[in-house]
Design a protein around this ligand. Structure first.
Ligand code: COA
Length: 377
């Protein structure tokens, strides 16, 4: 094995909201919406000018995705068939914003795990798929709330945001720009989910993860993972897309249309992303002189359980045991950038010094990031 960087992930943290929605609840809300739509449009449906909507089913959701539950900021709004959207009240500018609040909670856990004080963090990166606002950067608000100084900035690379941020943080520390960097991945994905769309209404949950990246010699945590190597990949695709943005008001006829929420061609994503990421992961391992037998664990992006079984099989050469590729998608659903870090956070303490694991995230863009980690302590 080559390329040991001397940099580590010295702590991680997870925040989830207190409310949960199970599949039965989300399907009941969706099917009530469908029944009302079909009743209200009965004449057009009979005339053939409008298509009747089809019901959803929890059996399909579990079978197609592995999802059974999701944590959410506002259950009531999402499940109300007249609303189907979380109600998250605007806060005065002087109050901590909701994304920053989630990030601070996850960050405090990560900092405690790494034994780091705010004064020892020189940079904050907020890296996630869906930002609450354009500016000021969420990361700067998080930095101020924690009482850290130095630099802070936001970045967004869809579901690959967390591994992209690790790669960037690593470069910043290597170049002498910081002693330790806090990465936060707050995701309020229920805010961009289309709960009226049968193909995707069940996919998302809300969560935030955080990690501390620093040099091995300054790390004092108990679960410290050396970054052996990190690698990024991108290849443009429209198959996962969201057209929401500040240009929407320049074309008001499009405001409120479904393309301003999450849209995906799930089958195409499956077909295109699996070979792309499978090849990317095996190439990254080979570049570092590693083979399947060297890998103790894969922490993969949590979008679909079948994708993860396929990718783990490709990398390991056999169907993975739950310990080799732990999935958290059943409990958390797709939390975009946070998903693989939740899997890492919940499933890394049991491994032994010297064990190697791979953190790999991928999604919209397409974008993918792979981080090979080796347990130090
Ligand atoms: N309830 C019941 N049936 C449903 C349904 C629902 N909510 N949604 C779709 N179906 C039906 C479809 O109509 C279709 O029926 P048909 O075979 O009679 O035409 C069938 O189930 C299969 O639909 P399909 O859309 O092909 O499902 P799928 O197996 O591809 O699963 C996803 C859908 C979204 C779970 C899956 O495509 C996926 O996870 N893709 C990758 C997502 C991803 O990784 N994204 C990354 C970035 S977030």
């Amino acid at each position: 094995m080559k390329n040991l960087t001397g940099l580590v992930v010295s702590g991680s943290g997870v925040f989830v909201p207190s409310q949960t929605i199970n599949n039965e609840e989300i399907v009941e809300s969706f099917n009530t919406y469908v029944a009302r739509f079909n009743r209200d449009h009965a004449a057009e449906i009979a005339a053939g000018t409008t298509k009747a909507l089809l019901e959803s089913s929890s059996a399909f959701i579990v079978k197609a995705s592995g999802i059974k539950n999701r944590y959410v900021l506002d259950k009531t709004g999402i499940l109300d068939p007249e609303v189907m959207c979380p109600r998250i009240p605007e806060r005065p500018d002087g109050e901590l914003s909701v994304m920053a609040e989630m990030a601070v909670a996850a960050a405090r856990e990560a900092m405690a795990a790494a034994g780091k004080k705010p004064s020892e963090i020189d940079g904050v990166i907020c890296s996630c798929a869906v930002m609450q606002r354009a500016y000021p950067a969420m990361a700067i608000e998080i930095q101020a709330a924690l009482g850290s100084t130095g630099f802070a900035f936001d970045m967004s690379v869809g579901c690959a945001s967390a591994t992209y941020a690790i790669h960037v943080a690593k470069g910043l520390i290597e170049s002498g720009g910081a002693r330790a960097i806090l990465i936060c991945n707050p995701e309020i994905l229920t805010g961009h989910a289309n709960f009226r769309e049968r193909d995707s209404h069940f996919l998302f949950g809300d969560a935030c993860t955080a990690m501390i990246i620093e040099r091995a010699e300054t790390a004092s945590g108990v679960n410290v993972w050396e970054i052996v190597s990190s690698k990024l990949k991108a290849q443009f695709s429209n198959n996962i897309r969201n057209n929401f943005g500040f240009l929407n008001r320049c074309a008001p006829e499009g405001i409120g249309k479904p393309d301003k929420l999450f849209v995906q061609q799930g089958r195409k994503v499956f077909k295109e992303v699996l070979p792309l990421v499978g090849h990317f992961m095996t190439e990254h391992l080979a570049e570092n002189g590693l083979t399947a037998t060297d890998i103790k664990r894969l922490w993969l992006h949590q979008a679909n359980i079948h994708m993860n079984i396929f990718l783990a099989h490709k990398v390991l050469g056999h169907d993975p045991s739950p310990s080799e590729a732990p999935n958290v998608i059943d409990e958390y659903a797709n939390t975009s950038s946070a998903g693989a870090i939740i899997a890492f956070n919940k499933h890394n303490a049991d491994l032994a010094t010297g064990d190697i694991g791979v953190l790999c995230t991928f999604g919209a863009g397409y974008s993918a990031g792979s981080v090979i980690l080796r347990k130090l302590s």
